[in-house]
Design a binder for this molecule. Structure first.
Ligand code: HEC
Length: 402
């Protein structure tokens, strides 16, 4: 019952996280687009730097951007901050619900380190806080005037954290922590820099003083960083569907490569918005993705023995022993109420029909069993691989005997 309630709570929190995350990224993309697309107005207007016309949902819109602050403020000024805060709060809640309360299958990987659960959780949370403190210091240092160098340092730092995390926790959890660390920097940018800066500018204006434009520039830098962070973070948030990425031996490097492809694509769009037609960024991103697919290609298990494997003696028992406690119509593994992912592996026919998925989840990648809870061996994985690659055959005669 408790497990059932927990699943529903998780469903609600995840749903909420996706909704507020979409609202946050939606506004972020929109304002970035505005910044790239405002053009000097046709008729000059006092203090106005640019304008943009748009039509959407049957209405015509004219948005005006002021060079610095407008001469006076309207009664209602909209702020965009709750999307960011709520995305962060719900994201951290999910981290606890999925990875810390379910640490045995989701966070801990006994093959990687013998650290205690508490220690690994400490490292995970430490990466979020430490990541932000380091990033914030970098942005306040003189490096903030050297955008390319700052970007290179951030990118290297994030990749180093990814490398470190995959050494101490399950790879899927490590990926999520990298995403959560970047997401924390993004939300903290809003909370500690962008909003206080805007607040100070608005307060100064209310006092009839000239607002400090450097606060606006600091905010703009963080906002731009957030814009580039979104693509890698969004990939990481859906990466749990792709064990061929985080499950790979070079998972940290694959993540760096995918992030680079995402940032190149984002950069191309930003340049295009500013009226530049870049020719090489998109092809580079495409070649990079194809290269990553190639690098991560699974090894082959074809062996002369593959075709002669005795399904009932050599293959079936592995699934019985390592998978069926969870993947049964009525799972016996504690905490499992229904076959996870709807996958049942009890009969030879069910096994055969899931052969490709077994290959991807338990052979090409160590995704299954989660956290290797049922202690499958490399040899057993290889046997499963040989059987699938030899055509996933079930001997006919024996099938009748079943
Ligand atoms: C401790 C319980 C447990 C064990 C043991 C286990 N699995 Fe899973 N399996 C899960 C869970 C949980 C999911 C759903 C994961 C998700 O949604 O990302 C899953 C999902 C799957 C999927 C579906 C993945 C997809 O892409 O939809 C396959 C296939 C699978 N497991 C195969 C196996 C095989 C093969 C074994 C044995 C080698 C195994 N599992 C052992 C818990 C288990």
């Amino acid at each position: 019952m408790l497990a059932h309630v927990q699943e529903w709570v998780e469903l609600l929190v995840r749903w909420f996280h996706v909704i507020v995350g979409a609202a946050w990224i939606g506004t972020s993309f929109y304002f970035n687009w505005l910044n790239n697309n405002v053009r000097p107005p046709e008729e000059a207007e006092e203090g106005v730097g640019g304008e943009v016309w748009a039509v959407h949902g049957g209405g015509f819109y004219r948005v005006v951007k002021y060079k610095e602050a407008p001469p006076s403020l309207p009664g209602t000024l909209h702020w965009f901050k709750w999307e960011a805060y709520l995305t962060w709060v719900s994201g951290v809640s999910l981290l606890f619900l999925v990875y810390y309360f379910g640490a045995d299958g989701m966070l801990i990987d006994p093959d990687k380190s013998s650290l205690s659960k508490a220690a690994v959780i400490g490292i995970g949370l430490g990466s979020l806080v430490g990541g932000w403190l380091t990033y914030d210091l970098l942005c306040k240092s003189p490096l903030r005037h050297r955008s390319a160098l700052l970007t290179a340092i951030c990118f290297t730092g994030i990749t180093a954290v990814a490398y470190g995390l995959v050494q101490v926790m399950g790879s899927r959890a490590a990926y999520i922590h990298v995403g959560a660390m970047i997401g924390t920097c993004m939300a903290a940018n809003v909370f500690f820099v962008i909003i206080p800066g805007q607040r100070a500018m608005v307060d100064a204006m209310a006092e009839g003083e000239q607002p400090d434009a450097s606060r606006g520039r600091d905010g703009a830098l963080r906002s731009l960083h957030n814009n580039y962070f979104t693509l890698p973070v969004l990939f990481i948030m859906v990466s749990s569907h792709y064990p061929m990425t985080y499950g790979h031996r070079l998972n940290w490097a694959l993540l760096a490569g995918i992030s680079l492809a995402g940032a190149c694509t984002r950069h191309w769009f930003n340049l295009r918005g500013q009226g530049h037609r870049n020719r090489w960024l998109l092809p580079v991103a495409a070649v990079l993705m194809v290269g990553l697919a190639f690098v991560s290609k699974p090894k082959t298990y074809a062996s002369p023995a593959g075709g002669n494997l005795d399904f009932y003696q050599e293959v079936y028992p592995i699934l019985q022993k390592r998978c069926v406690t969870c993947h049964a119509a009525q799972p016996t593994f504690p905490g499992y109420l229904a076959p996870p992912g709807g996958v049942i592996l009890e009969t030879p026919e069910q096994i055969k029909s899931h052969a490709a998925k077994i290959m991807q989840n338990a052979v090409n990648t160590p995704y299954m069993p989660p956290g290797n809870l049922t202690k499958i061996t490399e040899e057993e994985r290889s046997t499963l691989g040989q059987w699938v690659q030899a055509g996933a055959k079930i001997p006919k005669a024996m099938k009748h005997a079943e």
